[in-house]
Design a protein around this ligand. Structure first.
Ligand code: NAI
Length: 256
């Protein structure tokens, strides 16, 4: 089943963390517009399930088990994927989050978040951009967060990693522009996904929404994925180095 739009017909789109949550929805929406989707994930069960769901929708998909913080394996895998079908689009989405008060964060936890959310994104981004630079074409969209612009108590490590993603995006954009490669980022606010539901109870979510989100509800994955498709499409051909915020109005100011 293909949608009316076919902006990505036969394009090879690599999506990290595409086995569930926002990444899976991004994979699905690209696939429904004709893309070949390559999902990189370190959750083997979710990966298998996601691949089957995409195949059932008639989407051409490949699943690769990998931890994006393993630089050597990332470079090997990206070279391998690109040798089969050149990569047109990279969606650098994989990330993790834990809630821990700043004074209690241990080095192990700090490193785990930075190694995946920032260094992992650097690893995949650099491996793919080296190939895109040779071809002088390609698009990258990085997953940042509203928390990379405006922090949240209990998430010093996560906030820092996402702030880093925004600066990594701007740095990549200016250095990749001469090769005709655009790099942008997306900053979602509170989105209901397996990640946020594992951390927060329904009661917490309701209180959070009441206090902070002008649109009075959490966001849905279906509302975030299209922003990635827009930033990867020709429609955004003069946009690079930017971050698009989708947060239900949270950053606009305090609710009455
Ligand atoms: P999720 O936990 O539902 O999905 C994340 C996926 O990434 C999982 O399939 C996981 O296995 C994979 N992954 C994590 N670390 C990996 C690694 N080292 N190597 C390979 N795969 C790995 O999370 P969700 O909510 O869909 O988040 C996706 C991205 O969106 C993350 O970067 C997150 O920080 C970001 N984000 C999420 C928001 C939310 O409210 N859910 C808000 C703003 C940003």
């Amino acid at each position: 089943m293909q949608s009316l739009n076919s902006r990505f017909l036969e394009k090879n789109v690599v999506i990290t963390g595409g086995a569930r949550g926002i990444g899976f929805e991004i994979a699905k929406q690209f696939g429904l517009e004709g893309a070949i989707v390559s999902i990189l994930d370190f959750n083997a069960d979710s990966l298998k399930e996601a691949n089957q769901k995409l195949i059932d929708l008639g989407i051409k998909t490949f699943g690769y088990f990998i931890d994006i913080s393993n630089r050597v394996e990332v470079f090997d895998l990206i070279a391998n994927i690109d040798a089969q079908i050149p990569i047109d689009v990279l969606i650098n989405n994989a990330g993790i989050a834990f809630e821990t008060p700043f004074l209690n964060i241990e080095e192990k936890e700090w490193k785990a978040i930075i190694d995946i959310n920032l260094t992992g994104m650097f690893n995949v981004g650099q491996a793919v951009c080296k190939l895109m630079a040779e071809r002088k074409s390609g698009v990258v969209v990085n997953m940042a967060s509203k928390n990379g612009l405006d922090g949240e108590a209990g998430y010093a490590h996560y906030n820092s990693s996402k702030g880093g993603v925004i600066m990594l995006t701007k740095s990549m954009a200016i250095e990749m522009a001469p090769y005709g490669v655009r790099v942008n980022a997306v900053c979602p606010g509170y989105i209901q996904t397996p990640m946020s539901m594992e951390i927060d109870s329904p009661e917490f979510t309701q209180k959070f929404v009441d206090r902070y989100i002008p649109l009075n509800r959490p966001g849905k994955v279906e509302e975030i994925a299209p922003i990635f498709l827009f930033l990867a499409s020709q429609e955004s051909s003069f946009i690079t180095g930017q971050t698009i915020v989708a947060d239900g109005g949270q950053l606009a100011g305090q609710k009455p």
